[in-house]
Design a protein. Structure first.
Length: 172
């Protein structure tokens, strides 16, 4: 799988030896705030292996996000299968000091384009906790529309969706 780039970011599928990068996110409850406790490195390695297997099978998974100019790891973005529905889901997590810089919007926009124009996905969804106004704003800015509420990981989430035809019409 090749790298994706924007003017400020490079996205690449996680490599086998990059669990410590992912662990910077999974061990920080400011980022993975819905967990009861930070993940251990071993737990993170298990997640990484599952996400890499998803890439091998479906070309969907989690991507590292780095600043293009410095190569600094700033977070991750995902285009993965939503277990509850089987649909492609978009999302992201950023190290706190790299939040509020527009990186989530930039990375998610790149993955939307990749999903719709390269993978020809018919629909992409996002599930966001109701009190996560910044992520809801990102999804709305990118064109995803609120459709309903749903349960995920025993928590109520707002469910947003974007159809490929609508994305292509917006892009034209």
């Amino acid at each position: 799988m090749s790298q994706l780039t924007t003017s400020r970011l490079s996205l690449a599928p996680y490599q086998e030896d990059e669990a410590p990068l992912m662990h910077r996110l999974t061990s920080d409850l400011r980022v993975f705030f819905w967990l009861n406790a930070p993940m251990t490195l071993k737990q993170t390695q298990t997640v990484l292996e599952a996400k890499r297997a998803m890439f091998a099978e479906k070309q969907l998974g989690w991507w590292t996000v780095r600043e293009t100019a410095t190569g600094t790891f700033v977070g991750q973005a995902c285009l993965q299968t939503l277990p509850e529905t089987g649909e492609p889901e978009i999302g992201y997590h950023f190290i706190p000091e790299f939040q509020n810089k527009g990186y989530a919007t930039e990375a998610a926009a790149k993955l939307l384009d990749h999903g719709f124009c390269t993978l020809n996905l018919p629909r992409i969804v996002a599930v966001i906790l109701p009190d996560n106004a910044p992520s809801q704003a990102v999804m709305k800015k990118l064109g995803l529309q609120y459709e309903k509420d749903m349960m995920k990981a025993n928590l109520l989430h707002n469910y947003f969706a974007f159809e490929r035809r609508d994305y292509l019409a917006q892009k034209a």
